[in-house]
Design a protein around this ligand. Sequence first.
Ligand code: SRM
Ligand code: SF4
Length: 562
Amino acid sequence: MTPPDGQTAPAVKLSGVETLKQSSRHLRGALAEELAAPGSQVSEDGYNLLKFHGSYEQYDRDSATARKQAGQEKDYSFMLRVRMPGGRLSAKQYLALDDLADTYANGTLRLTTRQGIQFHGIIKGELKPTIAAINDTLLTTMAACGDVARNVMTSPLPIADAAHRRLDADARMLSTALLPQSHAYHEIFLDEAPSGEAEAEPLYGDTYLPRKFKIAIATPQDNSVDVLTNDLGLIAIFEGDDLLGYNVAVGGGLGMTHNRADTFPRMGSIVGSVPADELLAITKAVVVLHRDHGNRADRTRARLKYVVEDMGVDWVRARLGKIIGHELADALPMPAFQVPEILGWHAQGDGAYWLGVPVPSGRVADQDGVQLRSALRAVMQRFNASPIVTAQQDILLADLRLEDRAAIEALLADHGVTLAEQLSPLARWALACPALPTCGLALTEAERVRQPLVAQIEAQLARFGLLDERISLRITGCPNGCARSYAGDIGLVGRIPGRYALYVGGDFAGTRLSFKLHERVAEGDIGEILAPLFAAFAAQRAPQEEFGNFCHRLGHDALLAL
Ligand code: SRM
Ligand code: SF4
């Protein structure tokens, strides 16, 4: 797809989505009419355009077979994703979203691995009022999905210092600067009149990007966002309060397709650095690189990572230099990545405290005897907490007073909420994607088996005295990697119903991909299959060595021999 400099690309047959974008009048298509029409679904074109406005049509996969047998149509509904840079929103906004979960959705909020919030189960006729209500809170679903730059991630820590203020401001600035300029969202969902002015998409162009584009900003001290798994990873290097610049990592991404060897997860490559005042310029340059060189014929190979892999890091660096008008400086020296402890009580440095509350799989619900949703709502209302969603699907309640600690803990305990210190590190750091019943791509369960899988693995860790080890577990219902399953210590990737591929050898700090150790492990055998690895780790680990690093050091064959 990408020709060498100075040559013209051979003509390619564009994918259907490219043709749709081109003819959509900047993402309008017939969406307004389709949403107003009777029926529970939108057309395929409507489905593809809706993504740009933050929504996916889904159906309840649990009831699909029974409904088919009964001659009924599937139970269709819509997922809606809120874009909130750095996972930040106010208590008022959170409470408004919480209300909407009852009014229009399935009574739950879902905190995502990219610091967003999702609703599930909105019926077609209520999508428009839901989006309008979200807009009233001054949040948006615009460009939360689709072939554009998605929610920008950054450190969730509400530490009151110059570095954290800067990270927060950078994420907001980039998110705003990269929003599409089309007025379509306002016309379709907010009933605003067409602006009447000629509309342009100066950055994206009429066909937007070849595929989704993800950005995260981290520091070496806080890589809780897994910065290298993003299309563009920005690593801010501070010396005290001074921002020296950003190291620029390009071409990260995790999705792959089973049985297609030319698709694979990839960690971003650090191609150089830019000074602090060139953050927006380099970000736009990487977007342009993707826009102009990404594959527009084959959507499974359309991510920026394949351009970087195919063309090489030197080409990327030279190309970016051309776009921003000067060569990229060499990468700034940086210490090794770390991931700090985020949950529990921490001082913010301004007299206030944050409490990080674990939210299993990010599902904020009142279910299974735990009133987590009510508890969070009550803390926001009574203690005016500022919520922040983390990339671990958890929530930080910031700006709390230490004198309220006992009352807050009592409130949470009354609602049956488990606090971080009551959990093993494995349970604290386990991620699971939604998978069944909402995700149309799921091959296996993920969110709904998170708890039993954690329990299975905990039992084996306990056998070898490893229950206090910090180990990250990531579970996904298919190879797309939504819970970043190829980047942690242990990855479980759904293959066929009830069976998972087992990945190990990544690391907690998120610097390395894991490798596949087993192709199809039955759900009930996962603890047992890990047991020999834990035994060897307990017996042979080097001082301070973490589980992922141990697996990496031994390598695939030695681990398999165990
Ligand atoms: Fe994802 C598609 C859920 C983070 C890679 N992802 C989907 C869809 C929309 C399924 C679909 O296309 O029909 C899932 C909706 C399920 C549902 O019922 O809600 C879905 N992805 C999620 C979330 C909610 C998982 C979670 O547990 O939180 C995350 C939403 C983040 C957000 O707020 O924006 C989510 N998805 C990710 C990540 C992790 C990340 O970005 O840090 C990845 C891996 C990184 C990457 O992009 O490579 C990821 N999702 C994918 C892919 C594979 C993309 C690829 O190019 O390889 C798909 C499939 C696709 O796009 O075709 C996908
Ligand atoms: Fe769906 Fe697969 Fe993403 Fe899980 S990893 S949410 S199953 S697309």
